[in-house]
Design a protein around this ligand. Structure first.
Ligand code: ZN
Length: 338
């Protein structure tokens, strides 16, 4: 019988090792370790042996049982691990493309505003802001535009009361800065401004501006041209040319408008530039001495330049957009292009 037990043990270990799935393994378990399995039969048959043979046979059978049980446990573990791998592989396909999320991004005007601010900050300008609901004095009076001044007609102003209005430009920030610090001053003031314009391809009742101001001893028109020329090259590219045309603003003297060469026709003349080869990008000039008087700066000692530009206008020129209203319509087909 001892040989039979040894043979059964060997057979059991071999079959457990060969089991490829849980069902097959269970069949083998019943065959060898079940209540009526082979090993149980051997134990039962001990009773038929002689008294001397019993203890030896019992030990052999029990040792065989331990070995077979161990072989079964190992096979069970092996199959469980294989199944886990299979489940993992079937429920997660690493090669599938991922879901795409609809992510927003900054508005094109915000992007252009950030670019403009970066360029001037790199040139040493500090960023200052001021209120959008402004006193008439800061919006006009202090900027050399008293009540009866004809230039006020150019600004269709939203008045809240006789002396309070929605600022028509960001220039009041210049006054507030100069009232609070002594020269040298080198600031830009980004922000929104309001005018009573009906919305059309080139006008919005609310728009975005960046104002710049530099005041110190010995600041000249050459400094203005250098700073704004550098700005235009960084914003629009090295190949674009700039020019200054005489203009009129109450708060600067002399005043100018700056143009850049048309990027579409390279200055030859096309519909975008109305055949001139040039596109207007901003207004600028040397700070009027009357403005210095209003803020208590010595007009004999200090000179300075100021400039102001519309961010929507810069964005339109940079991206070739022909209608300013696109910026506020929030049409995703438009916004997604930036
Ligand atoms: Zn052109």
């Amino acid at each position: 019988m001892i040989e039979e037990v040894a043979e059964a043990k060997q057979q059991a270990v071999k079959e457990f090792a060969s089991a490829s799935c849980a069902e097959e393994l269970e069949r083998f378990r019943i065959k060898y370790l079940g209540k009526r399995g082979l090993l149980a039969m051997f134990l039962k048959s001990i009773g038929k042996l002689s008294t001397e043979e019993r203890p030896g046979a019992g030990k052999v059978i029990n040792d065989a049982k331990v070995s077979v049980q161990q072989a079964f446990d190992e096979a069970k573990e092996r199959i469980a691990v294989a199944n886990q791998g299979e489940v993992a592989a079937s429920s997660f396909d690493w090669t599938l493309p991922s879901y795409s999320f609809a992510r927003g991004h900054l508005h094109p005007c915000t992007q252009v505003m950030d670019d403009v601010i970066d360029i001037f900050v790199e040139m040493g300008f500090k960023v200052e802001t001021g209120p959008e609901v402004e006193l008439d004095y800061y919006n006009f009076g202090a900027l050399n535009t008293p009540k009866e001044h004809p230039a006020r007609d150019l600004h269709d102003t939203f008045y809240i009361s006789d002396d309070v209005l929605l600022r028509t430009h960001t220039s009041p920030v210049q006054i507030r800065v100069m009232e609070s610090v002594k020269p040298p001053v080198q600031v830009i003031s980004p922000g929104v401004a309001y005018r009573r314009d009906a919305a059309d391809p080139t006008h919005l009742p609310m728009f975005t501006q960046v104002e710049g101001l530099m005041v110190d001893e010995g600041v000249t028109f050459s400094n203005l041209k250098a700073v704004l020329g550098e700005f235009a090259r960084q914003m629009f590219g090295e190949e674009r040319k700039t020019r200054f045309r005489p203009h009129y603003f109450p708060f600067t003297e002399p005043s100018a408008e700056m143009d850049i060469s048309c990027g579409i026709c390279s200055g030859k003349g096309c519909r975008s530039c109305k055949g001139t080869g040039w596109l207007e990008i901003l207004g600028c000039g040397m700070v009027h001495p009357n403005v210095f008087d209003n803020v208590g700066y010595n007009r004999e000692k200090y000179t300075g330049f100021a400039f102001g530009m519309g961010i929507e206008r810069i964005a339109m020129l940079k991206y070739g957009i022909d209608d300013i209203r696109l910026f506020v319509e929030n049409d995703l087909r438009f916004l997604k292009q930036f």
